[in-house]
Ligand binder design. Structure first.
Ligand SMILES: Nc1ncnc2c1ncn2[C@@H]1O[C@H](COP(=O)(O)OP(=O)(O)OP(=O)(O)O)[C@@H](O)[C@H]1O
Ligand SMILES: [Mg+2]
Length: 352
């Protein structure tokens, strides 16, 4: 069965001695530590810093596994910065954002005339990253047939450009990332098991914020210090904000926290009020009057869109076809949105 033991990396450097990762005490926030680009003082992060230190001194392929917003890209960049490759390129590629038919040419380059539209030859990401690190994000989104080519390049260190006949050898360290459980991705999403094992020579887990004891408050203070420095202000969190930091689970992880601090900072005169996302959605609901709707200043765009969709649906008496027409979207899009809102949407729909 395909599974990865996250507790026992198979590659280590420096013999048996556990290296003490060179953490720094971050400026500006008491008790906050940092390592490379990462901030956090929780035991789980200190452990991660040590693992990064071990893997950085090797050329092993690493697979970073973690929910969205947990800092996978920062971990990859930190590995690169701490490695002997730090002066060469770090090239980040989002495999999920490149159309399937283009990914091979993007990764390995192509020769002039190798496919329709290839008016000029082009070097691919593997060659751009030569001597450095290639970060393959959302690796599970790559079609299985393309994965075979990637696996071959990883195993042999060589590849052909699309339409080319010269075998090119590269010196590239590959770090991949996914927000899916790789074992599940093998079973359900077409991730090849051989590729998964090849990538996961050194698996690293990016912990979600809810497992990072004490880090929410430290990180929020860190982001606030940065904003204060940038803007020349001296804003501070209200007591209620500290409570929110402790009680909200931050499912969008550090990204959600960072954006929430940023938004609250912009809206604050002096005291930064971090609204509790659950309470906020109740308090800040749009106000509907006849066929008009007022959305509160500072409502996140995604929330505003949701309120407009649900409000219009209600105005149309629940007739989805009419609502879709009024909103200028297809019926399918409306269904997709409603299903993404899930129970929450249904609840609000019923309430409105
Ligand atoms: N430990 C951390 N210290 C400081 N900032 C962090 C940390 N982790 C994440 N961030 C910040 O949070 C945001 C999201 O990080 P990143 O893009 O690395 O996450 P990700 O895991 O790659 O997310 P996704 O799966 O959505 O691509 C970035 O702005 C990043 O700077
Ligand atoms: Mg990412």
């Amino acid at each position: 069965m395909a599974s990865i033991d996250l507790d026992s990396p198979t590659v280590s450097a420096g013999g048996n001695a556990s290296p003490q990762a060179k953490q720094r005490v971050a400026d500006g926030v008491a008790g906050l530590k940092s390592y490379g680009l990462l901030y956090g003082s929780s035991p789980i992060m200190l452990d991660l810093y040590e693992q990064i230190e071990r893997v950085a001194s090797t050329d092993a392929t690493a697979l970073i596994i973690g929910e969205s917003g947990t800092g996978k890209e920062l971990i990859a960049r930190t590995i690169h910065d701490q490695s002997s490759r730090k002066d060469a390129a770090f090239v980040a590629v989002n495999c999920g954002a490149i159309p399937d038919e283009l990914i091979e040419a993007e990764l390995f380059g192509h020769e002039k005339g190798s496919f329709t539209g290839a008016v000029q030859g082009r070097v691919g990401y593997f060659e751009h990253a030569n001597g450095g690190t290639l970060f393959l994000d959302e690796i599970t989104e790559m079609a299985p047939v393309r994965q075979v080519k990637l696996l071959r390049a990883l195993e042999t260190g060589t590849f052909y450009r699309v339409g080319g006949t010269d075998l090119i050898s590269g010196n590239v360290r590959v770090i991949a990332a996914t927000n899916r459980d790789p074992a599940v991705a093998v079973k359900e999403n077409g991730l090849r098991e051989d590729l998964m094992y090849r990538l996961a020579v050194f698996p690293l887990r990016a912990p979600p914020l809810r497992e990072r004891d004490g880090d929410r408050e430290l990180l929020a203070q860190h982001f606030l210090v940065q904003l204060n420095q940038q803007e020349g202000t001296s804003k501070s969190f209200s007591k209620r904000s500290i409570e929110t930091l402790r009680t909200w689970s931050w499912p969008g992880n550090v990204r959600e926290l960072k954006n929430a601090v940023y938004r609250a900072f912009i809206l604050a005169e002096k005291t930064v009020e971090l609204p509790h996302p659950h309470l906020a959605s109740r308090v800040k609901k749009a106000v509907t009057q006849g066929d008009a709707m007022s959305v509160w200043i500072g409502t996140p765009l995604a929330d505003a869109q949701k309120q407009i969709i649900l409000g219009t649906l209600k105005y149309c008496g629940g007739d989805k076809r009419r609502a879709a027409k009024a909103l200028g979207v297809s019926l399918k899009t409306l269904y997709n949105r409603l299903s993404a809102y899930g129970d929450e949407g249904a609840e609000e729909e019923a309430e409105q």
